[in-house]
Design a protein around this ligand. Structure first.
Ligand SMILES: Nc1ncnc2c1ncn2[C@@H]1O[C@H](COP(=O)(O)OP(=O)(O)OP(=O)(O)O)[C@@H](O)[C@H]1O
Length: 867
């Protein structure tokens, strides 16, 4: 029987828990996964193919450099011996016979040996020479034959000056005329022919005269752009000052020719404009005469200074053909003093000091070139600035730093004795051929502008160019200024935009110049536009003012015309028109303020003083009637009295009224006393007038009587008004009673009655004019009432009474005057009423012609008085 046994308990128990949580599926995890590689741990291969397939932009290949190597020319000075030998050989007659062949061979040998002894340098080709040391040195094996090559051109001893000019100077001149500055320097030992090459002789002119000839030859060609240029010449030299310092002297200057030197700038250098070749050659001759020279063993006329010749071309305009705005360019030619050895020159003392200076300057010049060469070979080393060690090298700094084109000509002597000097110079100069300089013509920089004495040039041009028109000169000056501004602007733009590529194309440079020029012109035009706007605004304001003034003047003219017409009208009308005239004047014063007298009248009217009102009216009336005929004139004296009395009243405002009346009476009494006729005592003014008009008949005419009536009436009104203004009624009556005589009291009472009416005419002014006729009528009526009383007392009786009561010359009071006037008026009226016969045999009836004014006045009075 099979036995059932339980299951053995497992040793380990696996407890299954919840399945492990999985993170949510992300897009990355949900994305299709690549099939698992067989070897998941394999490192993917480096995508070298992809990387190599990427096209990386390669740096632009460097453009072909426009830089040129420094051109060095070599000129061999002809040997005198060689030339002599040659001359002797040539001079020998060929047909000399018999000749000793051995002798001939000996002569040939001698000549060959002499030639070989004397000539240490031989021309290989146009670019190289072979320098052979003397025999002694060869035997000592201290030196060997050397070949120097790489010259731009080697001029043999028999070359001409024109050859040198054509190959060496012509290219420089072409660039110079195209606006590029350039420099040519002659180096060489003393007596090697530097000055001969540079200046030459009158028969065999050198580089400078030939250059000037070529310049003027090209300028004379009308189609050439050179014809638009002006050329200037300046020559100066640099000497040693007793071996201590350097000094510069102007070889074209007048008087003290010493120049001030500040670093590389030479100030005060005279720059002479040259207009033709003759002028230029004469200047060159003048400079040669002034140059410091001395006799040495090497040279009978050795230069003791460094001579610098500057030919400057200034552009006068734009070439029509090339449309190019040319800039100033400078061609500099330098004749250096020759380096010399003491042994050969035999210099002593001052000459030795000069020699040291010359050698030192030549050494510094060479150092600058070597430094430039080393810098160009290895720019990391930096540029050693040797140019600071001499004035010449400082002046030529731009060239010695390779910034501008330059050329060197080395003059050597071919003599055997000159081997060491020639060898030394060629060894020094041959490396210079590797010097390169950028063929970029910088726009005139600041230093160059300083060197150019532009301001002096303009002044000198004005003084020394009488043929030039006066208009063209300032234009040329402005052009030069604009050119300077353009140059400066161009330089600024060049400095600020350093990141821009170098301007290698002339057209681009010219484009920049023209753009800057346009900017300058645009700025000037802007300024002028602003000024023009301001001027237009001023013109508009002035026009408006002018219009206003014209309107005012028209108004004044119209008012003046109206015033004149009113005045003319007033001539034919007496009292009424005068009133209107016053009103017109017052109105004119208020509006125009023309006449101060009218203004016074206006002020008086405004014061509401009846006295002043009447006074002003009287003044105007007097003025208006001053031109009237005789009857009008009769009013004037009366009014004049009124004026006097009014003026005195004004003066006596602070005094007693007695003074007022007495003063008025005094005037009347004086006139009375002077008049011989009794009637004149009553109306002195009228009497005086009658005397003037008719001395035969002292009796007043009817017209005169009428005029006096008006006159008296006006005076009555004014007097009463003045009195009434200054005293109260009660006091006034008492004063009148006390002061006036009995005969006058009646009139005073009459005046009191009139005061009431006067008050009515005080205000307004127009009312016064309206009520005037009424007053006249009333006063006339009152006079008619008073007339019998006055008639009862004849004039003779009154006179006697007055004589009894008063002293003889006692003045009559104003009321008495008025009374007598009334009486006189009465008499006149009597005369008018009945035709008169003879009165006491004294009067004769004389029919006087009446004027138109008097007739009008008579009619007026007659109608008013109802006569
Ligand atoms: N190529 C030449 N042909 C004819 N004569 C020459 C030539 N070169 C120089 N001479 C003559 O040699 C002499 C000396 O020349 P030059 O005065 O020009 O020398 P230099 O180099 O200027 O001397 P220094 O440095 O002392 O002034 C002059 O009389 C000159 O006429």
């Amino acid at each position: 029987m099979e036995e059932f046994s339980p299951m053995p308990c497992p040793s380990t128990v696996t407890v299954r828990r919840n399945p492990p949580r999985k993170a949510r599926a992300t897009p990355y995890t949900t994305a299709a996964k690549p099939p698992p590689s067989s070897n998941s741990h394999d490192v993917p291969s480096f995508p070298i193919d992809e990387i190599l397939s990427i096209q990386i932009p390669l740096p632009e290949p460097p453009k072909p450099s426009a830089s040129e190597s420094l051109k060095i020319f070599l000129r061999i000075k002809p040997l005198r011996v060689y030339s002599k030998v040659t001359a002797a050989a040539k001079s020998r007659p060929r047909n000399v016979w018999p000749q000793n062949p051995s002798k001939k061979q000996n002569v040939a040998k001698e000549s060959r040996s002499k030639k070989s002894e004397e000539a240490c340098i031989a021309l290989n080709d146009s670019y190289s020479v072979t320098l052979t040391p003397p025999q002694a040195l060869q035997e000592l094996k201290r030196s060997k034959t050397e070949v120097f090559e790489g010259f731009s051109h080697v001029f043999p001893a028999d070359c001409s000056q024109s050859d040198v000019y054509g190959k060496m100077v012509q290219p420089l001149l072409e660039d110079f005329l195209n606006g590029k500055s350039g420099m040519l320097a002659a180096l060489g030992p003393s007596g090697s022919g530097k000055t001969h090459t540079v200046f030459g002789t009158p028969k065999d002119p050198g580089v400078v005269p030939l250059t000037l000839r070529q310049i003027f030859k090209k300028r004379d060609e009308t189609s050439s752009p050179v014809s638009l240029r002006s050329f200037y010449l300046s020559i100066f030299e640099i000497c040693s000052e007793r071996g201590k310092g350097e000094k510069a002297y102007d070889l074209l200057g007048d008087g003290s020719s010493e120049l001030s030197v500040q670093q590389s700038t030479i100030r005060g250098l005279k720059e002479v404009p040259i207009r033709n070749l003759e002028e230029a050659e004469s200047l060159i001759g003048q400079a040669m005469l002034k140059r410091a020279t001395a006799t040495t063993n090497s040279n009978s006329q050795s230069s003791r200074s460094q001579c610098i010749i500057n030919i400057r071309a200034a552009s006068d305009g734009v070439s029509n053909e090339t449309k190019v705005q040319s800039t100033d360019a400078m061609l500099t030619i330098v004749d250096l003093a020759g380096a010399e050895r003491e042994k050969r020159t035999g210099n002593q003392g001052e000459r030795l000091v000069e020699s040291n200076f010359i050698n030192n300057t030549s050494m510094v010049f060479g150092q600058c070139l070597r430094s430039l060469l080393e810098y160009q070979k290895n720019r990391k080393k930096g540029f050693q600035k040797h140019h600071q060690n001499s004035l010449l090298t400082r002046y030529l700094r731009d060239y010695l730093e390779g910034k501008k084109r330059m050329a060197l000509i080395i003059t050597v002597k071919a003599g055997e004795e000159d081997y060491l000097d020639t060898s030394y110079l060629l060894k020094q100069a041959s490396p210079y051929m590797k010097i390169k300089f950028d063929n970029i013509e910088e726009v005139c920089n600041k230093r160059q502008l300083k060197t150019f004495p532009r301001v002096e040039k303009n002044k000198k041009m004005k003084l020394s160019a009488p043929k030039t028109s006066q208009i063209a000169e300032p234009v040329a000056g402005e052009k030069n200024q604009i050119t300077q501004e353009v140059n400066l602007e161009g330089k600024k733009a060049h400095q600020t935009d350093k990141s821009s590529p170098k301007l290698e194309d002339n057209n681009e440079r010219e484009h920049i110049i023209m753009r800057n020029f346009a900017k300058v012109v645009w700025n000037v035009l802007k300024q002028y536009n602003e000024k023009l706007k301001v001027a237009e605004g001023d013109i508009c304001s002035l026009k408006e003012r002018l219009k206003n003034e014209q309107l005012k003047s028209r108004e004044l003219e119209t008012e003046l015309t109206s015033l004149k017409s009113s005045c003319l009208f007033s001539k034919s009308n007496l009292a009424e028109p005068c009133l209107h005239e016053v009103e017109a004047l017052v109105h004119a014063k208020e509006q125009l303020e023309i006449d101060t007298s009218l203004a016074n009248a206006d002020t008086n009217v405004d014061d509401d003083d009846p006295c002043d009102l009447i006074e002003s009216r009287s003044e105007v009336t007097a003025e208006g009637c001053s031109e009237s005929p005789v009857p009008h004139k009769s009013l004037v004296p009366g009014l004049g009295n009124e004026e006097i009395s009014c003026g005195e009243q004004e003066c006596a405002k602070e005094d007693d009224s007695c003074n007022l009346i007495d003063s008025t009476s005094e005037v009347t009494a004086e006139e009375y006393n002077e008049s011989p006729v009794p009637n004149k005592n009553v109306v002195p003014d009228l009497a005086n007038e009658q005397e003037c008009d008719n001395q035969i008949d002292p009796t007043p005419s009817p017209e005169q009587a009428e005029v006096s009536l008006i006159n008296n009436r006006l005076s009555n009104i004014q007097t009463k008004s003045a009195v009434s203004c200054r005293f109260p009624d009660s006091e006034k009556q008492e004063r009148l009673k006390r002061l006036l005589p009995a005969s006058s009291r009646l009139l005073a009472e009459d005046m009191n009655d009139l005061e009431i009416k006067d008050k009515q005419i005080e205000k307004p002014q127009v009312k016064l004019a309206e009520t005037r006729d009424q007053e006249k009528t009333e006063s006339t009526k009152s006079r008619e009432i008073e007339i019998p009383a006055r008639e009862a007392e004849p004039a003779s009786t009154k006179k006697q009474r007055n004589e009894q009561k008063k002293p003889r010359r006692r003045l009559q009071p104003a009321s008495s005057v008025l009374l007598t006037r009334e009486i006189n008026t009465l008499e006149i009226e009597d005369d008018v009423a009945e035709p008169k016969g003879t009165r006491g045999g004294k009067k004769t009836i004389v029919t006087q012609p009446r004027s138109q004014g008097s007739v009008t006045l008579l009619r007026l009075l007659t109608s008013n008085l109802h006569l």
